[in-house]
Write a protein that binds this ligand. Structure first.
Ligand SMILES: Cc1cc2nc3c(=O)[nH]c(=O)nc-3n(C[C@H](O)[C@H](O)[C@H](O)COP(=O)(O)O)c2cc1C
Length: 373
């Protein structure tokens, strides 16, 4: 991702991060170049990746004055219950690439901050261990070719106490991530797909010049042709809130709501899947119009601070998923780093709410917006 411009200068060496973007430079300094690229990169020409940020920056929010708001609460309702912020940690694969404590560190930071943590199917720590770390844990499901394995994963996640299931529907195949292909990116031996014993893990470790081993691995284990019938099957088997992640077209949001999901996550996967996809925030209003009365709508992709959370709320979202900034913070400082990033986000959101005359996130959903500043 291009370094941010327009008002977020790079921090001086040794200075404490003043915004979430500041964690990027700290992470880049400690990560191997190919791991940095795996996290930072998008697919193709990285058009969708850049579009996320550009579109968020164009959303202006009209603050209300003389509202008499002295203090704001950041508490919000997310699928499955209340959270300290209208934010959940996005599911992100292989977190032991970033730090030896990987998923356990980020899940502990989320628990301390009072926000849900979504554990990926491609977690490098088994779901049972992550769920045992405390806090609210959601399970993110990728549809695998082997239906019995999907059922087993789901049973394991529910048995471990996961409070919601997030099914990701925008990865029939992995997007063409050119940085990973050029780097011949493969997982180091200590990082494994810990939820998928015997799941062709070897493929993700086999480095070949010009080929992403992670893409080869997902190609072998992910089911490309998931359908609405599969979603109905999943709804049937999921007694906890079910979220569908990766929706962009409002017609799909309507079908998901018809299928009885509790939330849709409007997402272009952080610009990592279809490079021609729109910025997720640009289609958020259409999705809110189509299904906002029937289920929760969350925004993901490009969120970098409290002001972005305010933008999402003002456009009608119930909350956001936060991705890469937490991986940067994890790389930079493990659990403490991730906790610092979440504390910063909470402080930013509180200030953004007060500046907008809103006592809480629910009030922010009544703010007006202008696209284009
Ligand atoms: C390194 C990395 C790994 C990811 N792994 C997963 C995953 O396993 N499952 C999933 O649903 N999304 C995955 N995503 C996408 C995130 O859940 C989220 O949609 C995206 O990061 C949001 O964009 P942002 O990073 O710009 O905030 C991953 C993203 C990154 C950066």
């Amino acid at each position: 991702m291009a370094e941010r411009t327009g008002g977020t200068p790079t921090p001086t060496a040794g200075a404490a991060p003043a915004c979430l973007d500041d964690f990027a430079a700290l992470a880049r300094a400690v990560l191997p170049a190919d791991v940095w690229d795996y996290v930072d990169g998008g697919s193709g020409a990285e058009t969708a990746l850049a579009a996320n940020r550009a579109a968020l920056d164009r959303v202006a929010v009209l603050p209300r004055m003389l509202a008499g708001v002295e203090e704001a609460s950041t508490e919000a309702v997310l699928p499955g219950g209340r959270a300290a912020l209208p934010v959940a940690v996005a599911p992100m694969a292989y977190q032991r690439l970033l730090h030896p404590d990987g998923e356990l560190a980020l899940a502990a930071a989320a628990a301390a901050a009072g926000v849900p943590y979504a554990v990926s199917t491609l977690s490098s720590t088994p779901v049972e261990e992550v769920a045992a770390a405390g806090g609210t844990v959601w399970f993110q499901l990728y549809w695998l070719r082997d239906r019995a394995l999907v059922a087993d994963l789901l049973d394991r996640a529910l048995g471990a106490g996961c409070a919601a299931v997030v099914v990701t529907v925008d990865v029939p195949v992995l997007g063409r991530r050119l940085r990973d292909a050029r780097n011949g990116f493969a997982l180091p031996p200590h990082v494994t797909a810990a939820n998928l014993p015997g799941g062709r893990d070897d493929l993700a470790h086999r480095g070949t010049p010009g080929v992403s081993a992670v893409a080869v691995h997902t190609g072998a284990v992910f089911a490309p042709a998931v359908s609405w019938a599969d979603l109905a099957w999943l709804r049937e088997r999921t007694p906890v809130p079910l979220l569908v992640k990766g929706i962009l077209d409002a017609r799909d949001a309507v079908r998901a709501a018809d299928a009885g999901v509790d939330a849709v996550v409007v997402s272009n996967h952080g610009g990592r899947q279809l490079d021609a996809a729109p910025a997720s925030v640009s289609v958020l209003p259409e999705v809110v119009d189509a299904v906002g009365e029937r289920c929760a709508v969350l925004l993901d992709s490009g969120v970098r601070g409290g002001v972005d959370v305010l933008r999402a709320l003002a456009l009608g979202a119930s909350g956001v998923l936060l991705g890469r900034p937490l991986l940067w913070a994890l790389a930079a400082g493990g659990r403490a780093g991730a906790q610092a990033a979440l504390a910063l986000l909470a402080a930013e959101l509180r200030d953004a709410l007060i500046l907008s005359g809103c006592p809480d996130p629910a009030a922010a959903r009544g703010l007006r917006t202008r696209i284009g500043g």
